[in-house]
Design a protein around this ligand. Structure first.
Ligand code: P6P
Length: 346
């Protein structure tokens, strides 16, 4: 699928995926393509962040009890404003908004639900570390006769996602997405000179075992014994299992995840006792864990909350947090066996 020597654009690729699905109506293609436009706008601002007054905090605190950065707000608004008029969405949910985002009455509605973290890793904006947008797309469960937007329509297990992916705004802007059903995971790099995302990482497969572990060890004292034993395991010398693993932790989920997706390894954000309001750790099920869990599963990896698959969790609330162990299947299987108590590390 080459076009005029520039390679395969994301639009061509999404269309080719649509053709593989006999039931596809093109609504889905419209949705993904508009999300790409929003990401291009965010990328432009993220790359300017060091130059213009888009840095710093707004002085607001979001539903996550976190400082809202100016670029957070900008990214959130760009996605909402671009996506609300395309006529494909039933509603949206954002990490930045406490409640569901309704489609204004002047715009037609569709059957898809978009859940997203508009700018993950925003605490890194001011220090020029990669940040990103994470998204998951579901089909509404209620039929068109149901006029009311019901939270029960949105709180679906991650296995129901129609598509998921992320954008990384770093040294280059990259989009990684999957439409599931063994169609693979594909990465695209934004070429500003062309103004297009071009296929750069076709059919990404994560190594079944890695050599990298990613975790904030500053939380060690807040972890339970099993979590400490697991992290100590990755640090302990053992020739046969290629340990100690290398420690890599950027503090920006999309950056840590993307590196491990390409090179292999395990990212962990365990439950901890650091904040009584967040006993399950910091990361959100619906807008962070589920989308990345779909991507990693399609790439041959696995994502667990330490007791079972992230993708099979029945959500209780829109902003529910979960412990997250995600990456190379053998590493995450081990983490789940240790955290759930099935395996004891000596
Ligand atoms: P900590 C960024 O704020 C974020 O939500 C993720 O991108 C990242 O993985 C995590 O928090 C880092 O959290 O507690 O290690 O600083």
């Amino acid at each position: 699928m080459q076009g005029e020597g520039v390679g395969t654009t994301i639009t061509q690729h999404i269309l080719s995926q649509q053709r593989k699905n006999p039931k596809a109506t093109g609504a889905f293609t419209t949705l993904l393509n508009e999300l790409v436009v929003a990401a291009k706008v965010i990328s432009r601002e993220a790359n300017k962040a060091g130059l213009v007054d888009i840095l710093g905090a707004t002085g607001k605190i979001n539903v996550q009890d976190e400082q809202v950065q100016k670029l957070d707000m900008f990214a959130n608004q760009v996605i909402i404003q671009r996506m609300q008029h395309i006529g494909q969405l039933w509603c949206m949910g954002s990490e930045e908004d406490p409640d569901l985002i309704e489609i204004p009455p002047q715009y037609p509605k569709g059957d898809y639900i978009l859940l997203f973290d508009p700018l993950d890793g925003s605490s890194n904006i001011d220090v020029n570390v990669s940040i990103g947008t994470i998204f998951g797309i579901y089909k509404r469960r209620t039929d068109s006769r149901e006029a009311e937007i019901l939270l029960s329509d949105v709180l679906q297990p991650g296995i129901k996602q129609m598509a998921a992916g992320y954008f990384i705004y770093g040294s280059s802007t990259i989009m990684v997405y999957t439409t599931g059903n063994e169609t693979g995971v594909h990465g695209f790099t934004l070429f500003p000179s062309v103004g297009e995302f071009l296929l750069s990482h076709e059919d990404i497969r994560i190594p079944e075992r890695g050599k990298i572990y990613s975790v904030n060890e500053g939380n060690y004292q807040y972890w339970d014994e099993k979590t400490r034993a697991l992290v100590d395991y990755f640090k302990t010398r053992d020739k046969e299992t290629g340990r100690p693993y290398t420690s890599r932790y950027v503090g920006s989920l999309v950056a840590d995840f993307h590196r491990n997706l390409l090179k292999g390894g395990i990212f962990m954000y365990p439950a901890d006792k650091k904040d009584p309001k967040k006993p399950s750790g910091k990361l959100r099920l619906m807008v962070e864990a589920n989308p990345l869990a779909m991507v990693v599963k399609e790439a041959g990896g696995y994502a667990s909350n330490g007791h079972g698959p992230i993708l099979e969790i029945d959500p209780g609330t829109l902003h529910q947090r979960v412990p997250l162990y995600i990456g190379s299947k053998k590493d995450v299987d081990l983490a789940e066996a240790v955290i759930s108590g099935k395996k004891k590390l000596d």
